[in-house]
Design a protein. Sequence first.
Length: 508
Amino acid sequence: MSTAITEPVVPYDEVIAEFDPVLGLEVHVELGTATKMFCGCPTEFGAEPNTQTCPTCLGLPGSLPVVNAIGVESAIRIGLALNCSIAEWCRFARKNYFYPDMPKNFQTSQYDEPICFNGYLDVEVETDDGMRTFRVEIERAHMEEDTGKTSHQGGATGRIHGADYSLVDYNRAGIPLIEIVTKPITGTGKYAPEVAKAYVTALREILRGLGVSDVKMEQGSLRCDANVSLRPSPESPLGTRTETKNVNSLRSVERSVRYEMTRQAAILRAGNKVMQETRHWHEDTGVTTSGRPKSDADDYRYFPEPDLVPIAPSREWVEQLRAALPENPSVLRARVQAAWGISDFEMMAVVKAGALELVAATVAAGADQAAARKWWVGEVTRIANERGVELVDLPITPVDIARVEAMVGAGALNDKLARQVIEAVLAGEGSPDDVVATRGLAVVSDDGPLLEAIDAALAEAPDVAEKILSGKLAAAGAIVGAVMKATRGQADAARVRELLLERLGVAE
């Protein structure tokens, strides 16, 4: 339970009427390399604490770093996908600070010579006037290493304040990171929170498509630091910013920006100054709390890393990587939407569910696009939401969904049985065919058992039969329902209705 202190806030509509918001988003991406950025330690998530370390990532005297080539390649591919220029020559720097989660007392990063710079990403946001495109300009994307993970024990909040002691796991120290930093994002007005969420969403789609990271925000593979400031008008100088650290869900990106705008507005209204600081986001209460005063670059005493040679990607290599980039998600959306002939609203439902690639793969596996959308955006998304996970993290594949739909199309399953099959596949009971065979879920299509069930239902409800014979065909639903119950939902409801009316000699 959080004990976050509630600060005064201003209603959001009033914030927008009085102030112009400016955003700055810093996204840290853990790369999915097999080894760390400067040593050969493995990067497997969830290993026993402090079992994936060595003298290099622990910063022991005499150890020397070596650059991970795949990490450099991934950085270049990310930069190209974000329309960045790629440096012809760059180098690493030491970012000096004392924290217990960085055993070297400095972080190997890049400072004034990033490998990628001057890019942009266009994002779409639904506004009062329809969909609108906002361009987010990217200042830089640079390479660095992650820190260890500190756990504060004995306190009520999980923060260092009030904790009895702290534990440090250095397994994460040294894992390759790409930090993507935007330029100040202006002109968003009241849509600032939505633009922030849309940017991180689009960025995550691109990174997942590149295959450079699993981008699991709940595990910290993708973390967003949200900088927010307010100014009286778009013509005014930039206001003092705060940085909300390590926001770990798309929903929280939007909520934290919105809250921080309302909090800062209350401070400015009261005639006070916003403090430049880092802040912590509390998911349970929906507020931010003060962390520490925000450091500037000078405070880190950057200087070139003497143990690593500069990096000079050849133009030929860069162009080879550019030519091999996957299709941009926005281009894919436009192409797929045109091919499927669906509306903007229908496409937005697919995108919001994070199901575009899954639906496309299901169609490629032989399913009709409407059916593929129905299952992924409807039933499977419902289950993902209940479990609190992303669609792509569920143990079911486009091939599985295509097979389920094929059985529905062939009349072997109805929708109710298909949902049971999907749930069983997700429970680890095997392929759709295995589940149908093991559970005996195939539709009863033989007229003989259906007629027996109809006769039994009519015998139980003779008054319903009289209603049907008198022309009240809607009453047939009661008999169909009874047959469906008797067959555990495995009857073809349409066929049951046909047989019932034939049995009673009633024309449709």
